[in-house]
Design a binder for this molecule. Sequence first.
Ligand code: NCD
Length: 306
Amino acid sequence: MRHLMSPLDLSVEELDRLLDLANDIEANPSRYAHSCEGKKLATLFYEPSTRTRLSFEAAMLNLGGSVLGFSSADSSSAAKGESVSDTIRIISCYADICAMRHPKEGAPLVASMKSSIPVINAGDGGHQHPTQTLTDLLTIRSLKGRLDNFTIGLCGDLKFGRTVHSLIQALIRYPNVRFILISPEELRLPDNIRDGVLRKNNQDFREEVRLEDAIPELDLLYMTRVQRERFFNEEDYIRMKDFYILDREKMKLAKEDMLVLHPLPRVNEISTEVDDDPRAVYFKQAQYGVYVRMALILTLLEVEVC
Ligand code: NCD
């Protein structure tokens, strides 16, 4: 039985197969409409979510399966003091696979050790968000045609943004990917990723504070929101929250074929006037999230579709 805690749990070859499957699902949805009949997905969300939880549920429903779960810690027995380890033992009796989001780093990993069904990490604190990474990779590969030979700018809250941490780990496995890390001093990438992942693997990267100083070089711009819920105090958040605002003027500095991605939700960091720019692909990216989660569910449940 396999779980998904980090994007590195899949080899590059497995990931290629998963993305191929997601593309086939997009092209031939009816072929997959009954492939998970009789199977259940549990969504255990101890933290707020719109896209991740609902796209997991949509994915299972599109496969003909059913869904159950909770969408906040308050409405589960966590509010009575139940541990994640006990909860997963129970859920293992009710469902065939589960997706868990938790504010504590490592909580899904603890759950996976006690689980008799596959556990998918749907975001653990500021740590990892592997299924967002699968979504990002599918978006990049489908729209750019490749996962190598590009310069990507990661912009915003690189300290707490778990989507950025997972995406960097996944992208260093492809040749000739250059990273430009764009953030205020206080929200720089944590040392364990800068030194432990980028430097350790001799990756080409540099850090910038101003988006204008990086945007002309980029093939991909990955915007992120300042992660309010992970700040220790509100004043720091207020000071940081509008540090970057991508607008039409800044888009004029970018290449004609640069793509703008964002895991969403957006707050102010991308002005709505950018939404109509053909280079803005963040809403398309959310749609890819459904196909890739369908592919992941099929892969972890080892369902063969002929
Ligand atoms: C992201 C997350 O939860 O980390 N959202 C998502 O799943 N698409 C990004 C965010 O909340 O900023």
